[in-house]
Design a protein around this ligand. Sequence first.
Ligand code: UFG
Length: 324
Amino acid sequence: MHVLVCGGGGYIGSHMLKKLAAGGVELSVLDNFSTGHREAVRWGTLIEGDLLDPASLERAFAGRRFDAVMHFCARSLVGESIAQPYDYYANNVSGTLNLLQAMRAHDVRRLVFSSTAAVFGQPVSERIDEDHPKAPINPYGASKLMVERILADAASAYGLRSVALRYFNAAGASPDGDIGESHQPETHLIPNVLRAALGSGPALKVFGDDYPTPDGTCVRDYVHVDDLAQAHQLALAYLDDNAGAHAFNLGNGHGFSVREVIAAAQAVSGQEIGYTVEPRRPGDPSVLVASSEKARRVLGWSPAYTALEPIIASAWRWHRAQPY
Ligand code: UFG
Protein backbone atom coordinates (compact mmCIF):
# COMPACT_ATOMS: atom_id res chain seq x y z
CA MET A 1 0.00 0.00 0.00
CA HIS A 2 1.44 3.37 -1.08
CA VAL A 3 -0.34 6.51 0.17
CA LEU A 4 0.28 10.10 -0.89
CA VAL A 5 -0.20 12.33 2.17
CA CYS A 6 -0.76 15.95 1.13
CA GLY A 7 0.01 18.28 4.01
CA GLY A 8 2.06 15.74 5.97
CA GLY A 9 4.05 18.54 7.61
CA GLY A 10 0.96 19.87 9.39
CA TYR A 11 -0.45 19.04 12.78
CA ILE A 12 -2.88 16.27 11.86
CA GLY A 13 -0.95 15.18 8.76
CA SER A 14 2.25 14.49 10.74
CA HIS A 15 0.39 12.35 13.28
CA MET A 16 -1.11 10.50 10.34
CA LEU A 17 2.33 9.81 8.87
CA LYS A 18 3.49 8.36 12.15
CA LYS A 19 0.51 6.01 12.41
CA LEU A 20 0.66 4.87 8.77
CA ALA A 21 4.42 4.28 8.98
CA ALA A 22 3.89 2.17 12.10
CA GLY A 23 1.48 0.06 10.04
CA GLY A 24 4.08 -0.50 7.33
CA VAL A 25 2.43 1.71 4.69
CA GLU A 26 4.72 3.22 2.03
CA LEU A 27 4.44 7.01 2.21
CA SER A 28 5.01 9.96 -0.08
CA VAL A 29 4.46 13.40 1.39
CA LEU A 30 3.58 16.58 -0.49
CA ASP A 31 3.87 19.84 1.42
CA ASN A 32 4.73 23.45 0.58
CA PHE A 33 5.58 24.22 4.23
CA SER A 34 3.50 27.40 4.15
CA THR A 35 2.07 26.38 7.52
CA GLY A 36 3.52 22.89 8.04
CA HIS A 37 6.94 22.02 9.45
CA ARG A 38 9.80 20.30 7.68
CA GLU A 39 10.92 18.62 10.92
CA ALA A 40 7.47 17.03 11.32
CA VAL A 41 7.96 15.00 8.13
CA ARG A 42 9.87 12.14 9.73
CA TRP A 43 8.30 9.37 7.71
CA GLY A 44 8.03 8.87 3.95
CA THR A 45 9.54 10.46 0.87
CA LEU A 46 9.17 14.24 0.82
CA ILE A 47 8.09 15.99 -2.36
CA GLU A 48 8.17 19.71 -1.75
CA GLY A 49 5.43 21.32 -3.79
CA ASP A 50 2.19 23.19 -3.94
CA LEU A 51 -1.27 22.05 -5.01
CA LEU A 52 -1.67 25.33 -6.89
CA ASP A 53 1.33 24.44 -9.04
CA PRO A 54 0.45 21.64 -11.49
CA ALA A 55 4.19 20.98 -12.07
CA SER A 56 4.60 19.94 -8.43
CA LEU A 57 1.65 17.60 -8.73
CA GLU A 58 3.15 16.06 -11.84
CA ARG A 59 6.43 15.60 -9.92
CA ALA A 60 4.53 13.86 -7.13
CA PHE A 61 2.53 11.49 -9.32
CA ALA A 62 5.05 10.74 -12.07
CA GLY A 63 6.69 7.36 -11.70
CA ARG A 64 4.72 6.42 -8.58
CA ARG A 65 1.63 4.32 -8.22
CA PHE A 66 -0.48 5.52 -5.29
CA ASP A 67 -3.26 3.37 -3.92
CA ALA A 68 -4.87 6.33 -2.16
CA VAL A 69 -4.46 9.99 -1.22
CA MET A 70 -4.99 11.58 2.18
CA HIS A 71 -5.48 15.31 1.81
CA PHE A 72 -4.70 17.52 4.81
CA CYS A 73 -3.51 20.66 2.97
CA ALA A 74 -5.64 23.70 3.72
CA ARG A 75 -5.77 27.16 5.10
CA SER A 76 -7.85 26.60 8.23
CA LEU A 77 -8.35 29.73 10.31
CA VAL A 78 -11.88 31.05 10.48
CA GLY A 79 -10.96 34.70 11.15
CA GLU A 80 -8.29 34.76 8.45
CA SER A 81 -10.75 33.25 5.97
CA ILE A 82 -13.16 36.13 6.55
CA ALA A 83 -10.37 38.65 5.89
CA GLN A 84 -8.77 36.77 2.94
CA PRO A 85 -11.53 34.81 1.18
CA TYR A 86 -9.72 34.56 -2.19
CA ASP A 87 -6.76 32.81 -0.52
CA TYR A 88 -9.12 30.34 1.08
CA TYR A 89 -11.08 29.51 -2.05
CA ALA A 90 -7.86 29.31 -4.10
CA ASN A 91 -6.00 27.04 -1.69
CA ASN A 92 -8.83 24.93 -0.42
CA VAL A 93 -11.01 24.63 -3.52
CA SER A 94 -8.78 25.25 -6.57
CA GLY A 95 -5.85 23.41 -4.95
CA THR A 96 -8.06 20.41 -4.23
CA LEU A 97 -9.42 20.46 -7.79
CA ASN A 98 -5.86 20.32 -9.12
CA LEU A 99 -5.18 17.36 -6.85
CA LEU A 100 -8.36 15.58 -7.97
CA GLN A 101 -7.46 16.13 -11.62
CA ALA A 102 -3.98 14.70 -11.06
CA MET A 103 -5.54 11.72 -9.28
CA ARG A 104 -7.84 11.17 -12.22
CA ALA A 105 -5.03 11.51 -14.75
CA HIS A 106 -3.04 8.87 -12.83
CA ASP A 107 -6.03 6.65 -12.09
CA VAL A 108 -5.92 7.01 -8.28
CA ARG A 109 -9.45 6.40 -7.08
CA ARG A 110 -9.46 6.66 -3.29
CA LEU A 111 -9.32 9.82 -1.19
CA VAL A 112 -9.66 10.66 2.48
CA PHE A 113 -10.33 14.38 2.81
CA SER A 114 -10.03 16.66 5.85
CA SER A 115 -13.29 18.49 6.34
CA THR A 116 -14.52 20.43 9.35
CA ALA A 117 -17.33 21.16 11.77
CA ALA A 118 -17.34 24.62 10.18
CA VAL A 119 -19.44 23.22 7.29
CA PHE A 120 -22.45 23.30 9.64
CA GLY A 121 -22.43 26.98 10.69
CA GLN A 122 -24.54 27.85 13.73
CA PRO A 123 -25.78 24.62 15.30
CA VAL A 124 -29.53 24.09 15.45
CA SER A 125 -29.30 20.97 17.62
CA GLU A 126 -27.38 20.05 20.75
CA ARG A 127 -25.30 17.39 19.04
CA ILE A 128 -24.34 17.76 15.41
CA ASP A 129 -24.79 14.65 13.31
CA GLU A 130 -24.23 14.25 9.58
CA ASP A 131 -27.81 15.26 8.73
CA HIS A 132 -27.53 18.61 10.48
CA PRO A 133 -28.12 21.49 7.99
CA LYS A 134 -24.95 22.68 6.29
CA ALA A 135 -24.89 26.45 6.35
CA PRO A 136 -21.30 27.65 6.80
CA ILE A 137 -20.90 31.16 8.19
CA ASN A 138 -17.37 31.80 6.98
CA PRO A 139 -15.27 31.20 3.83
CA TYR A 140 -13.27 28.44 5.54
CA GLY A 141 -16.36 26.32 6.18
CA ALA A 142 -17.77 27.24 2.76
CA SER A 143 -14.56 26.17 1.01
CA LYS A 144 -14.65 22.74 2.68
CA LEU A 145 -18.34 22.27 1.88
CA MET A 146 -17.65 23.13 -1.77
CA VAL A 147 -15.06 20.36 -1.88
CA GLU A 148 -17.52 17.91 -0.32
CA ARG A 149 -19.90 18.77 -3.16
CA ILE A 150 -17.15 18.29 -5.73
CA LEU A 151 -16.38 14.87 -4.24
CA ALA A 152 -20.03 13.82 -4.62
CA ASP A 153 -19.97 14.91 -8.29
CA ALA A 154 -16.64 13.14 -8.84
CA ALA A 155 -18.10 9.93 -7.42
CA SER A 156 -20.92 10.03 -9.99
CA ALA A 157 -18.87 11.15 -12.95
CA TYR A 158 -15.54 9.41 -12.43
CA GLY A 159 -16.11 6.74 -9.81
CA LEU A 160 -13.88 8.46 -7.24
CA ARG A 161 -14.31 6.88 -3.81
CA SER A 162 -13.96 9.35 -0.97
CA VAL A 163 -14.52 9.92 2.70
CA ALA A 164 -14.74 13.47 4.11
CA LEU A 165 -13.93 13.52 7.82
CA ARG A 166 -15.36 16.54 9.59
CA TYR A 167 -13.14 17.25 12.55
CA PHE A 168 -14.44 19.10 15.54
CA ASN A 169 -11.59 20.50 17.71
CA ALA A 170 -8.41 18.54 17.04
CA ALA A 171 -6.27 18.52 20.18
CA GLY A 172 -3.40 16.78 21.96
CA ALA A 173 -0.11 15.35 20.73
CA SER A 174 1.62 12.06 20.20
CA PRO A 175 1.95 10.44 23.67
CA ASP A 176 5.72 10.03 23.32
CA GLY A 177 6.01 13.79 22.76
CA ASP A 178 7.90 13.68 19.44
CA ILE A 179 5.33 15.62 17.39
CA GLY A 180 2.65 18.09 18.42
CA GLU A 181 0.64 21.18 17.52
CA SER A 182 2.37 24.35 16.43
CA HIS A 183 0.91 27.13 14.33
CA GLN A 184 2.37 30.51 13.47
CA PRO A 185 0.69 32.60 14.76
CA GLU A 186 -1.03 30.32 17.28
CA THR A 187 -4.75 30.98 17.58
CA HIS A 188 -5.98 27.69 19.10
CA LEU A 189 -7.07 27.51 22.69
CA ILE A 190 -5.12 24.57 24.12
CA PRO A 191 -1.68 25.60 22.76
CA ASN A 192 -2.31 29.16 23.95
CA VAL A 193 -3.32 27.98 27.42
CA LEU A 194 -0.27 25.70 27.71
CA ARG A 195 2.12 28.36 26.49
CA ALA A 196 0.65 30.70 29.09
CA ALA A 197 1.30 27.98 31.71
CA LEU A 198 4.92 27.83 30.53
CA GLY A 199 5.17 31.61 30.66
CA SER A 200 6.35 31.52 27.03
CA GLY A 201 3.32 32.75 25.12
CA PRO A 202 1.36 35.96 25.02
CA ALA A 203 -0.99 36.65 27.96
CA LEU A 204 -4.01 34.38 27.70
CA LYS A 205 -7.25 35.94 26.51
CA VAL A 206 -10.67 34.35 26.88
CA PHE A 207 -12.88 35.51 24.04
CA GLY A 208 -16.29 36.11 25.59
CA ASP A 209 -17.87 34.98 28.87
CA ASP A 210 -21.44 36.00 28.03
CA TYR A 211 -22.41 33.04 25.83
CA PRO A 212 -25.55 31.04 26.66
CA THR A 213 -23.48 28.21 28.19
CA PRO A 214 -23.18 27.04 31.83
CA ASP A 215 -20.14 29.24 32.60
CA GLY A 216 -20.60 31.78 29.81
CA THR A 217 -17.60 30.62 27.74
CA CYS A 218 -17.74 28.68 24.46
CA VAL A 219 -18.11 24.91 24.54
CA ARG A 220 -16.15 22.70 22.12
CA ASP A 221 -15.67 19.00 21.47
CA TYR A 222 -11.93 18.26 21.76
CA VAL A 223 -10.88 15.13 19.92
CA HIS A 224 -7.38 13.67 20.18
CA VAL A 225 -5.25 13.90 17.05
CA ASP A 226 -4.34 10.18 17.27
CA ASP A 227 -8.03 9.30 17.38
CA LEU A 228 -8.46 11.38 14.22
CA ALA A 229 -5.58 9.51 12.59
CA GLN A 230 -7.21 6.22 13.57
CA ALA A 231 -10.44 7.33 11.87
CA HIS A 232 -8.49 7.99 8.66
CA GLN A 233 -7.12 4.46 8.63
CA LEU A 234 -10.62 3.07 9.12
CA ALA A 235 -11.96 5.36 6.38
CA LEU A 236 -9.35 4.11 3.95
CA ALA A 237 -10.28 0.50 4.67
CA TYR A 238 -13.97 1.39 4.29
CA LEU A 239 -13.30 2.54 0.73
CA ASP A 240 -12.11 -0.95 -0.20
CA ASP A 241 -15.73 -2.13 -0.22
CA ASN A 242 -17.72 1.08 -0.59
CA ALA A 243 -18.02 3.22 -3.68
CA GLY A 244 -19.33 6.80 -3.53
CA ALA A 245 -18.63 9.94 -1.47
CA HIS A 246 -19.11 9.59 2.29
CA ALA A 247 -18.89 11.96 5.24
CA PHE A 248 -18.45 11.39 8.98
CA ASN A 249 -18.39 13.77 11.94
CA LEU A 250 -15.48 13.21 14.30
CA GLY A 251 -15.64 14.39 17.88
CA ASN A 252 -15.74 12.55 21.16
CA GLY A 253 -19.26 13.74 21.91
CA HIS A 254 -18.40 15.66 25.10
CA GLY A 255 -18.38 19.43 25.24
CA PHE A 256 -15.93 21.39 27.41
CA SER A 257 -15.97 25.12 28.03
CA VAL A 258 -12.97 27.43 27.69
CA ARG A 259 -12.88 27.76 31.50
CA GLU A 260 -12.93 23.95 31.86
CA VAL A 261 -9.97 23.73 29.48
CA ILE A 262 -8.05 26.26 31.57
CA ALA A 263 -8.89 24.39 34.80
CA ALA A 264 -7.77 21.07 33.28
CA ALA A 265 -4.55 22.66 32.05
CA GLN A 266 -3.88 24.03 35.54
CA ALA A 267 -4.38 20.54 37.00
CA VAL A 268 -2.09 18.95 34.41
CA SER A 269 0.67 21.57 34.57
CA GLY A 270 0.46 22.44 38.25
CA GLN A 271 0.68 26.11 37.20
CA GLU A 272 -1.75 28.91 37.96
CA ILE A 273 -2.92 30.23 34.57
CA GLY A 274 -4.13 33.82 34.57
CA TYR A 275 -6.27 35.29 31.83
CA THR A 276 -8.29 38.32 30.87
CA VAL A 277 -11.81 38.20 29.49
CA GLU A 278 -12.01 39.93 26.12
CA PRO A 279 -14.89 40.59 23.71
CA ARG A 280 -16.25 37.67 21.69
CA ARG A 281 -14.19 36.58 18.69
CA PRO A 282 -16.18 37.06 15.45
CA GLY A 283 -17.51 33.84 13.94
CA ASP A 284 -17.39 31.69 17.11
CA PRO A 285 -20.54 29.59 17.65
CA SER A 286 -21.36 29.19 21.37
CA VAL A 287 -21.46 25.38 21.38
CA LEU A 288 -20.07 22.80 18.92
CA VAL A 289 -20.43 19.17 19.94
CA ALA A 290 -20.40 16.22 17.55
CA SER A 291 -22.50 13.17 17.31
CA SER A 292 -20.05 10.60 15.98
CA GLU A 293 -22.46 7.70 16.17
CA LYS A 294 -22.18 7.14 12.43
CA ALA A 295 -18.37 6.87 12.55
CA ARG A 296 -18.63 4.43 15.46
CA ARG A 297 -21.31 2.35 13.82
CA VAL A 298 -20.14 2.35 10.21
CA LEU A 299 -16.36 2.65 10.53
CA GLY A 300 -16.03 0.97 13.93
CA TRP A 301 -14.25 4.08 15.25
CA SER A 302 -13.72 4.13 18.98
CA PRO A 303 -11.78 7.15 20.24
CA ALA A 304 -9.31 6.25 22.97
CA TYR A 305 -9.43 9.70 24.58
CA THR A 306 -12.77 10.85 25.95
CA ALA A 307 -11.74 12.90 28.99
CA LEU A 308 -10.11 16.30 28.69
CA GLU A 309 -7.15 15.88 31.06
CA PRO A 310 -5.38 13.06 29.18
CA ILE A 311 -5.74 15.03 25.95
CA ILE A 312 -4.24 18.12 27.56
CA ALA A 313 -1.56 16.03 29.30
CA SER A 314 -0.36 14.71 25.93
CA ALA A 315 -0.19 18.26 24.56
CA TRP A 316 1.58 19.44 27.72
CA ARG A 317 4.37 16.83 27.34
CA TRP A 318 5.10 18.15 23.87
CA HIS A 319 4.86 21.87 24.68
CA ARG A 320 7.10 21.48 27.73
CA ALA A 321 9.84 20.04 25.52
CA GLN A 322 9.75 22.92 23.00
CA PRO A 323 12.55 25.52 22.98
CA TYR A 324 10.16 28.47 23.35
N1 UFG B 1 -10.30 30.82 22.53
C1 UFG B 1 -9.98 31.69 23.54
N2 UFG B 1 -8.70 32.14 23.62
C2 UFG B 1 -7.73 31.77 22.73
C3 UFG B 1 -8.07 30.87 21.69
C4 UFG B 1 -9.37 30.43 21.61
O1 UFG B 1 -10.84 32.06 24.35
O2 UFG B 1 -6.57 32.23 22.86
C5 UFG B 1 -11.67 30.28 22.45
C6 UFG B 1 -12.36 30.54 21.14
O3 UFG B 1 -12.99 31.80 21.17
C7 UFG B 1 -13.30 29.36 21.05
C8 UFG B 1 -12.55 28.23 21.76
O4 UFG B 1 -11.57 28.87 22.56
O5 UFG B 1 -14.44 29.65 21.77
C9 UFG B 1 -11.86 27.27 20.81
O6 UFG B 1 -11.10 28.04 19.88
P1 UFG B 1 -10.04 27.41 18.88
O7 UFG B 1 -9.46 28.55 18.10
O8 UFG B 1 -9.10 26.53 19.63
O9 UFG B 1 -10.90 26.46 17.96
P2 UFG B 1 -12.22 26.82 17.10
O10 UFG B 1 -13.36 26.18 17.82
O11 UFG B 1 -12.33 28.23 16.75
O12 UFG B 1 -11.84 26.09 15.76
C10 UFG B 1 -12.30 24.84 15.45
C11 UFG B 1 -11.38 24.24 14.39
C12 UFG B 1 -11.59 24.97 13.07
C13 UFG B 1 -13.06 25.02 12.72
C14 UFG B 1 -13.83 25.68 13.83
C15 UFG B 1 -15.31 25.70 13.52
O13 UFG B 1 -10.02 24.35 14.79
O14 UFG B 1 -10.89 24.27 12.08
O15 UFG B 1 -13.64 24.92 15.03
O16 UFG B 1 -15.92 26.76 14.20
F1 UFG B 1 -13.24 25.75 11.62
